[in-house]
Design a protein around this ligand. Structure first.
Ligand code: PMP
Length: 454
């Protein structure tokens, strides 16, 4: 490291007093300073400043899909910087990497999703989709068509509108500009479905959408936005047929269906995009980020239909939108190299086997008394802990169950992400069978240790 920084744990933590962490209890951090300093990574593993080798069970942050330190991606970034370090995609400027990546995404995205606007985070991709749809309806002479239907349990990002679309529990005590956002019911059958069958519960969710449309009037609603599987809200898989049926209702009312594939794309569920290939739904816009570059560079994409693009690119009117780094050359080069690597190594196809194996092994953890539900799909799994399995009664938040299991796992060599009473696993997509077994064993030992301590 060329910076004059002592990279021992103490050294980094001393230097780090100027860094404001994201999504952290800042007061608790101030008191305990208990941070893990990650200093290097390789493949499916990372190393901390104490020399511990840890399995990266959260893939950086649901993003290092191709694994760490892949030389193909790193070399492509270096080469790009060496040729063209930066140019924007503003005005009439473009450059080869951004253009080529847009072509590639149009090829991979379903149906007529052929037009790509780049950003630099998932939050920005979601904000971009909303700005574009608002502009779209203005241009169609329907300026009142602005409302956004989201869901309880959703996570769409940390910028103002993205956080307003996110589940309200994630902004308690914070202001947000949410007057245009309505949250539909959370599609979590196990928690919300009571005695209903999944099909009956789906009927309730559809009715909630219909009632909402009737309440506000379809002429005031621009879109519904939905993650194919909710991620940061607790890895929630909707009932079978949910997306196709919700999208059909939206379509019948001229409401656009936007999928937030920030997490679910680029192999995590065994396909480049999950909307159509996993859930059978053709969205009007797909937003993605994270796995697009496997996290090597910050990049997001808002991929819209030809029809939407036709309206926003018609005569008269400027497209007043874009970020300096929209389609940054190094990020676009990372995206191209990442996709090329995934295609060559057939990562999505391999996930259909390895991810299913991972899912099946983790589902066995439901044998534990304190495990209420193991849910998710392939390499996107949530384990929810309960105080009482029969009633699904949760542990009190102050019992910090997720955090305690995560600590047990980290002691044993696995990073997992606590979220209240839930533990999330979203590892790299390149683990071999032995490592997948190891993850399952560590989780088993960690849960057993915690259960016996209760
Ligand atoms: N949407 C989803 C589904 C996400 O999981 C995230 C981030 N975890 C975001 C949007 C926001 O992405 P970013 O943090 O890159 O802004």
């Amino acid at each position: 490291m060329s910076l004059d920084l002592d990279i021992s744990t103490d050294g980094v933590l001393t230097a780090d007093t100027n860094l404001v962490q994201s999504w952290a209890d800042l007061n608790a951090l101030k008191q305990s300073g208990a941070r893990t300093v990650i200093v290097s990574a390789e493949g499916a593993m990372v190393r901390d400043s104490e020399g511990n080798e840890l399995i990266d069970g959260i893939g950086g942050l649901w993003c290092v899909n191709a694994g760490h330190r892949r030389t193909e991606i790193i070399d492509a970034i270096k080469e790009q910087l060496d040729t063209l370090d930066f140019y924007s995609t503003f005005y009439n400027f473009t450059h080869p990497a951004a253009a080529a990546l847009a072509v590639k995404l149009a090829e991979l995205a379903p149906g007529t999703l052929n037009k790509v606007h780049f950003g630099n985070s998932g939050s920005v991709a979601n904000e971009t989709a909303i700005r574009i749809l608002h502009h779209y309806y203005n241009r169609l002479g329907q300026p009142q068509k602005k409302r956004i239907l989201s869901r309880h349990g959703a996570y769409h990002g940390s910028t103002n509108l993205a956080v307003a679309m996110t589940t309200p529990g994630y902004s308690e005590g914070w202001d947000k500009s949410g007057e245009l956002v309505h949250h539909l019911r959370c599609p979590h059958h196990w928690r919300e479905g009571g005695e209903m069958t999944e099909a009956e519960f789906l009927g309730v969710l559809k009715q909630d959408l219909l009632d909402t449309i009737q309440h506000y009037g379809a002429e005031t609603i621009a879109c519904m936005i939905a993650e194919p599987i909710m991620g940061a809200g607790g890895v929630i898989v909707p009932p079978e047929g949910y997306h196709t049926e919700m999208a059909a209702i939206c379509r019948a009312h001229d409401i656009k269906y936007v999928t937030d594939e920030v997490v679910t794309a680029f192999g995590r569920l065994g396909h480049f995009f999950a909307s159509k290939d996993v859930f059978g739904v053709q969205p009007d816009i797909i937003n993605t980020a994270k796995g697009l570059t496997s996290g090597y560079q910050p990049l997001s994409a808002t991929i819209m239909s030809d029809e939407i693009h036709e309206v926003i690119s018609g005569p008269g009117g400027m497209f007043f939108h874009g970020m300096t780094y929209s389609g940054h050359p190094a990020a676009a080069a990372a995206g191209l190299a990442n996709i090329a690597l995934m295609e060559r190594e057939q990562i999505p196809e391999r996930v259909r086997t390895s991810g299913k194996r991972f899912e099946a092994l983790l589902r066995q953890l439901e044998e534990f008394d304190i495990v209420g539900e193991v849910r998710g799909s392939h390499f996107m799994i949530g384990i929810e802990f309960v105080k009482d399995k029969a009633t699904k009664a949760p542990f009190a938040p102050e019992e910090l169950i997720g955090l305690r299991v995560a600590r047990e796992a980290q002691k044993r060599g696995l990073i997992a992400r606590p979220l209240g009473n839930i533990l999330i696993l979203s590892p790299t997509l390149i683990m071999d069978d032995a490592m997948i077994d190891r993850v399952a064993d560590i989780l088993r030992e960690s849960i057993a240790a915690l259960q016996s301590s209760l």
